[in-house]
Ligand binder design. Structure first.
Ligand code: NAD
Ligand code: DAU
Length: 339
């Protein structure tokens, strides 16, 4: 099968490509990625020379370029990982999120309509459901939970989901959507909580926790997300939404404490900074549907996953040092200094 993977130079798309190259070596993967600040061609270094892999630099919102690629490659499957993905950045520049996450998705869907495909898969997020109160641990997001977004990022992702479902109902494009909880693992851009805290701890820098560190996220090791997407693409029902998550809820403070403990460091580097605007309190996925319909369950628990992730950052310093020594410094100063 020929698969276009958009956003494959990013965190989850990059992991997906590495895992799928091993799992389905018979497939041909074409990665379409604009190489924004979050895209890193070094993430794909190991697959770049493989005969069944091709990298194409391009913007998913560039209609002419996307249509040209589809006309040339005639893909069987399209998996859309490409997005502006950081909530904090969506507070600084919402429009960019609308452009990539909504317009980009609509261009891909139009290309799928025009050229015909077996499956379009939209990689979405649990953030489209909004948040849950901290004092109701009995509540979880199901696929029926109404969309109720908080940030420009989540609003743009929810809009894209609605478009995907509209193209299924109105035009019969064979789509699926997955809505996953927070991922962590190798190749995670160091602006997100877990890689930022690991990198800062390794550099003996302060660890900035928003608010009181009470907010809860449901952490999933990235490999488990990738195997779930593969299952949905191959065996999931067209027109359906699947939640992906693993009952690995932690407060942000617990996550940071776990990282410090694993690194053998004390907690004196933790500093509490001004809260994120509109900060979602708790995310928690009910994964019953994907478990019952497709037999998916996460394999890696948080304790094992965080150990593996920390080891990866210790053994791949060059990968993240190139990032944190570059233009990322300007972002970091704007986001954290004087906060
Ligand atoms: P990321 O920011 O690490 O990577 C995004 C990739 O998309 C980068 O390689 C970037 O260059 C590329 N890209 C951005 N704009 C583009 C455009 N206009 N055209 C082509 N390529 C473009 O993101 P991620 O964390 O890997 O997330 C991937 C997807 O998974 C996103 O859709 C995100 O919403 C979703 N998601 C992420 C998480 C998480 O915890 N990271 C959880 C659930 C869902
Ligand atoms: O739930 C899925 C979502 O998870 C994805 O859709 C997003 O693309 C992804 O970025 C992630 O969103 P979050 O906002 O939950 O992730 P982030 O790593 O930015 O923050 C996790 C929590 O940690 C959140 O409560 C904010 C907090 N935080 C984050 C940073 C960067 C801090 O306390 N300090 C920080 O410096």
């Amino acid at each position: 099968m020929k698969i276009i993977v958009t956003g494959g130079a990013g965190f989850i798309g990059g992991n997906y490509i590495h895992i799928m190259q091993k799992k389905h070596p018979e497939d041909e993967i074409i990665c379409l990625d604009a190489l924004t600040y979050a895209g890193n061609i070094e993430t794909l270094a190991q697959v770049m020379q493989k005969p069944n892999f091709k990298f194409v630099k391009g913007d998913i919102a560039d209609r002419a370029a996307v249509f040209k690629l589809f006309a040339k490659e005639k893909p069987d499957i399209v998996i859309n990982f490409a997005a502006e993905s950081h909530v904090d950045r969506s507070l600084l520049n919402p429009e960019l999120f609308l452009q990539t996450n909504i317009i980009g998705t609509s261009v891909l869907l139009d290309a799928c309509r025009e050229y015909g495909i077996k499956r379009y898969h939209q990689v979405s997020t649990d953030e489209v459901y909004g948040d849950l109160p901290l004092d109701r641990p009995d509540l979880f997001f199901t696929e029926e939970t109404p969309l109720h977004t908080s940030s420009p990022y989540s609003a743009s992702k929810a809009s894209a989901d609605l478009l995907v479902l509209a193209y299924y109902r109105t035009f019969g494009v064979p789509v699926t959507i997955s809505r996953c909880s927070n991922n962590y693992g190798p190749y995670h851009f160091p602006e997100k909580l877990i890689p930022l805290m690991i990198v800062n701890a390794l550099k003996n820098k302060p660890l900035p926790i928003y608010g009181k560190g009470e907010n809860i996220r449901d952490w999933l090791y990235v490999e488990d997300h990738c195997t779930a997407i593969d299952l949905i693409v191959r065996s999931g029902k067209v027109g359906e939404v699947y939640n992906i998550g693993g009952h690995n809820e932690k407060t942000n403070l617990q996550v940071v404490q776990a990282i410090l403990k694993e690194l053998g460091k004390g907690e004196e580097s933790i500093c509490y900074v001004a809260d994120r605007l509109g900060h979602d309190r708790r995310y928690a996925i009910d994964p019953t549907k994907i478990k019952h319909e497709l037999g998916w369950e996460p394999i890696t628990g948080f304790d094992e996953g965080i150990k593996k992730t920390i080891i990866w950052y210790i053994t791949h310093k060059l990968w993240w040092q190139r990032i944190v020594n570059g233009e990322y410094q300007t972002y970091y100063k704007n986001m954290y200094y004087g906060r």
